[in-house]
Design a protein around this ligand. Structure first.
Ligand code: SSV
Length: 139
């Protein structure tokens, strides 16, 4: 199973008073990871997002196993869990890395649906061809 990786170094902006990373940032990194996936694998989708395509987040979750702190190096590993009709389910693993070791610090999951903005309404559409092609490489 092929994995898409987003590498991140925690900054002070992301930590709270106690020094650990605020929980909501883990979800932001899922967003960063999926948009970098699009940029690298299906850049035309980004253009389409400004022209009526909507990739709607249907669900998101995160399980926290260990705290992260400023300057920790994190690799977010995203895999494709399921493609069903117009819905894409992604899984995430958050690994704290040093030169010596990798430690799993969190796990996440989210589901996005392909939709199109049509005036006031948002209607389901099939997964756009270029995104489908990109996803096939990760199946
Ligand atoms: C602005 C906005 O709504 C962006 C949404 C991006 C959604 C990206 C979905 C990408 C799915 C990738 C799955 C890859 C699995 C290896």
């Amino acid at each position: 199973m092929k994995t898409y990786e987003y590498h991140h170094i925690v900054n002070f902006e992301e930590t709270n008073l106690v020094g650990n990373v605020y929980y909501a940032n883990y979800v932001r990194w899922q967003g960063r990871c999926r948009e970098m996936f699009l940029k690298d694998n299906a850049p035309d989708i980004i253009t389409e997002l400004a022209q009526g395509l909507a990739l709607v987040t249907v669900s998101v979750s995160c399980d926290y196993l260990s705290e992260l702190f400023a300057f920790d190096q994190v690799i977010i590993k995203m895999t494709l869990a399921e493609v069903k009709q117009n819905r894409i389910t992604m899984l995430f693993e958050y690994w704290r890395t040093t030169d010596q070791e990798e430690e799993l610090v969190a796990k996440g999951k989210q589901e996005a649906a392909c939709m199109k903005r049509q005036g006031e309404k948002t209607v389901p559409i099939p997964i756009p061809e270029s995104l489908k092609k990109a996803l096939e490489k990760y199946q």
